[in-house]
Design a binder for this molecule. Structure first.
Ligand code: FE2
Ligand code: FE2
Length: 274
């Protein structure tokens, strides 16, 4: 299976770039599954229902959220009716929506996407490790499902690595989100799971993690309330990761970074395997 995971879409710049690029990327990379983190799509905070619809229309199969899941209140009733929009699985019991989505591909294959949120430097939640283990126990990779993608939305690289090693061999891809800075540690772990500790954001990198740099910088210099943060609106770099898996095992055969447009150095996966 050919999978593209796109990191946190930030604001209008990120939304427009990702919306415009996904149809072409699906063709060029012959993608079977596209997962997009959309927690910052709405002016940096949350996801509007119209934005979710636009990302689905552009080709996203599953949208994930994170600590900004509920910043736009309209998403709360929407998530209850849209099973391909997921939020972290370790929110308290009774939270609207689900932490995993089962996707039936047009060719009959099945993929599962889950999201968990870390607890270091983030709100205390239920244990992401135990919650993920419980959710994974419902599926058999390579038997009942051909691919499993885990989005670990967390601040600390240590927590993401511990999470990845915990589930190595049980997922096709484990990818971090939330820091908005792409890491360069993409690899296939010893058990066969593709891993990248952070996908990076899809937004304007002439910024402080997607927000206009002057206001964001002043906040660090002057510890006083100032203007609210606004997203930077220059050209976005779409950041993500491409993975190709073996359907018989669900494990990864290759992982390559994708960085497209904007300021970052460009990286485009090979369309065909070398
Ligand atoms: Fe984010
Ligand atoms: Fe986040």
């Amino acid at each position: 299976m050919r999978i593209l995971f796109v990191g946190d879409v930030v604001g209008r710049s990120g939304r427009e770039a990702v919306g415009a690029a996904l149809p072409g990327l699906r063709d060029r990379l012959r993608l079977d599954l596209i997962v997009v983190n959309a927690e910052n799509a709405s002016h940096g905070f949350g996801l509007g229902t119209d934005m979710a619809e636009a990302l689905f229309a552009a080709g996203a199969d599953v949208l994930t959220l994170g600590n900004h899941a509920w910043d736009r209140k309209e998403i709360i009733p929407y998530i209850a009716d849209h099973s391909r929009l997921i939020r972290p699985l370790n929110f308290p019991p009774g939270t609207p929506g689900a932490g995993s989505a089962v996707v039936a591909l047009p060719d009959g294959r099945t993929a599962v996407v889950m999201q968990a949120m870390g607890r270091l430097y983030l709100d205390p939640l239920d244990c992401p490790f135990r919650g993920t283990a419980q959710e994974l126990a419902r599926h058999r990779l390579g038997v009942t499902v051909q691919a499993i993608v885990l989005d670990i939305h967390a601040e600390a690289s240590s927590e993401k690595l511990a999470y990845a090693h915990s589930f190595d061999g049980q997922a096709s891809l484990i990818v971090g989100t939330h820091t908005h800075v792409p890491s360069a540690d993409h690899q296939i772990l010893p058990g066969g799971t593709a891993f990248l500790s952070d996908a990076g954001m899809s937004g304007d990198y002439d910024s402080v993690i997607g927000m206009q740099k002057d206001i964001a910088t002043t906040r660090f210099w002057r510890k006083m309330p100032i203007e609210r943060l606004n997203p930077a609106e220059g050209e976005a770099t779409i950041c993500g990761v491409f993975v190709e898996t073996d359907d018989r095992t669900g494990l990864a055969q290759r992982i390559e970074p994708l960085r497209m447009g904007g300021r970052l150095s460009q990286a485009m996966p090979e369309a065909t395997r070398a």
